[in-house]
Design a protein around this ligand. Structure first.
Ligand code: FNR
Length: 384
C-alpha cells in the first residue's frame, strides 16, 4: 500500500528512509547547538491565528506576486546546495515541479546540476542564488551564465562569508559524491532506490563550479576550494559591484538586522529575505519570524520583504504573510518531498502547503493574499 501523505512530516519520514544518512543529516541539521534551527520552527507555534466566522469565503485564491512575478501562492523554493545528492537530477526535478505549480525555483551556486542543465530541462525562467566569492572573473561569468539562461532574478546570499559548523557533517565526513569508506558503503547498501537513481545519471559534481574555474577538476576537493574562495572581506561596496554586474531583479538573502536591511535598500535590492539560513549559520541568532518586524519597520515599502527559515506548513506561511512578509521561501520542506519521491514529492509538498494556506486563510476570514493582515494574528509581545 502506498503511504498516506497528508503533511510535510510524512514526507520527512519517507525521505529519511530513502536517502543516505550523510545527506539526510546535511539537510536536517543546524549549526552548533541547533538552538536557532529549532526555534525557527517552534517560534511559529507561539503565534496564534484569530478565527472569524460567517464571512463569505467563496471564490478564494492564493495567487499573488513576488518581485512583480505572478505566483500560484507567495512561496518560492529556496536555494539548497547539493540538492542533486538528495535525489538524482534533484535540481532539475525541483525546478520542473516549481514550474508546473507556478512558484519560483532558486538554483544554488552549490548545486549539482548546473545553470545550463536546469535551463535545458525547463521552459520558464528560474532564479539563481549567488554566493559571493573572491574570484571576480568567476563572479562575472556566473552572472553572464545566468543572463544566457534567462534567469529572472539573482539572489545574493550575504550571510555565508564563512561557514557555521554542523557537527553531523564533520562526523559523517560529508562529501559529494560520498567517499567510499566502510561506514558510507554499509549505509549506501541499504539505500537501493537512491543509489540506482544516482547511477542512472552522469551529473554528480558541482555543475556551477567544476569546469568553470581553473583550479578545480576533482569534485571531492570542492568543499575545501569553496571554503577558501568565500569572500570573508565582503562589504556593501562589494555587494554594490555585484548589483552592477546584474541588471535584472536582485534579492538579498540573509538579512536579520534592520541596519543591514537599510544597507540592502541602499545598494538597490528589489527584495530582501529575512533569513538565518535555516539555522545553519549563527547559532543563537533569533528565529527569522522574530526578526521580521523590526526589519519591516525599518524599510517600510522601500523594498519587498520576504522570509525563510523554519516554515513547515501553510499556517506558518500565513503567519509570516500576516506579520508583513510579501513572500516566503521554503528549504527543507521541499527537500523532504524531493528525497522521498522526486519531482512528485516536491509537487506534493507544494500542494500540502497551498491547501493548508488556503483553508487557514479562509478560516481567518480572508479570501485573497492581499487581504491577509496582522489583524488575524495574536502575537506574543516580545515578537515586535
Ligand atoms: C541551505 N540554504 C542555502 N542557502 C543559500 O543561499 N545557498 C545554498 O546553497 C544553501 N544551501 C542549503 C542547504 C541545505 C541542506 C539547507 C537546509 C539550506 C539555506 C536555504 O536557502 C534557506 O535559507 C533555508 O533552508 C530556510 O530554512 P528551512 O525552510 O529549511 O527551515
Amino acid at each position: 500500500m502506498p503511504p498516506v501523505i497528508t503533511e510535510i512530516e510524512d514526507l520527512k519520514r519517507i525521505y529519511r528512509r530513502r536517502v543516505p544518512k550523510m545527506f539526510y543529516d546535511y539537510c536536517e541539521s543546524g549549526s552548533w547547538t541547533e538552538q536557532t534551527f529549532r526555534e525557527n520552527s517552534s517560534d511559529f507555534d507561539k503565534i496564534y491565528l484569530r478565527q472569524r466566522v460567517a464571512v463569505d469565503m467563496a471564490n478564494r485564491t492564493t495567487r499573488s506576486t513576488m518581485i512583480g512575478q505572478d505566483v500560484a501562492m507567495p512561496v518560492a523554493l529556496a536555494p539548497v546546495g547539493m540538492t542533486g545528492m538528495q535525489h538524482w537530477d534533484g535540481e532539475i526535478k525541483a525546478a520542473k515541479a516549481a514550474e508546473a505549480f507556478g512558484v519560483p525555483f532558486s538554483l544554488s551556486t552549490m548545486s549539482i546540476c548546473s545553470i545550463e542543465d536546469v535551463a535545458a530541462n525547463t521552459s520558464k525562467p528560474f532564479w539563481l542564488q549567488v554566493y559571493t566569492l573572491t574570484d571576480d572573473d568567476y563572479m562575472r561569468r556566473l552572472f553572464d551564465r545566468a543572463r544566457a539562461a534567462k534567469c529572472s532574478a539573482a539572489v545574493i546570499t550575504v550571510d555565508l562569508q564563512l561557514l557555521g559548523q554542523r557537527h553531523k557533517d564533520h562526523r559523517n565526513g560529508l562529501s559529494a559524491p560520498p567517499k567510499p569508506t566502510l561506514r558510507t558503503l554499509v549505509n549506501l547498501s541499504t539505500k537501493w532506490a537512491w543509489a540506482m537513481g544516482m547511477l542512472s545519471t552522469r551529473r554528480r559534481q558541482f555543475g556551477n563550479i567544476v569546469g568553470h574555474v581553473a583550479d578545480v577538476d576533482d569534485p571531492s576537493s570542492l568543499m575545501t576550494w569553496t571554503a577558501q574562495k568565500f569572500d570573508q572581506s565582503l562589504n556593501w561596496d562589494r555587494i554594490r559591484q555585484f548589483r552592477d554586474m546584474w541588471d535584472g531583479p536582485l534579492i538579498i538573502k540573509g538579512i536579520m538586522d534592520p541596519r543591514d536591511a537599510l544597507e540592502a535598500v541602499n545598494v538597490g535590492a528589489d527584495a530582501i529575505i529575512v533569513s538565518n539560513h535555516g539555522g545553519r549559520q549563527l547559532d543563537g541568532a533569533l528565529s527569522s519570524i522574530r526578526a521580521l518586524t523590526p526589519v519591516l519597520d525599518a524599510v517600510g515599502d522601500k523594498v519587498e520583504v520576504h522570509l525563510d527559515s523554519g516554515v513547515r506548513s501553510g499556517q506558518d506561511v500565513l503567519k509570516a504573510l500576516a506579520m508583513g512578509a510579501k513572500g516566503v521561501h521554503i528549504g527543507r520542506a521541499y527537500i523532504y518531498g524531493l528525497g522521498a519521491m522526486g519531482q512528485k514529492g516536491v509537487t506534493r509538498a507544494l500542494e500540502i502547503i497551498r491547501n493548508e494556506l488556503d483553508v487557514s486563510m479562509a478560516l481567518c476570514g480572508r479570501r485573497h493574499v492581499t487581504d491577509i493582515d496582522r489583524d488575524i494574528l495574536l502575537v506574543p509581545e516580545d515578537f515586535s
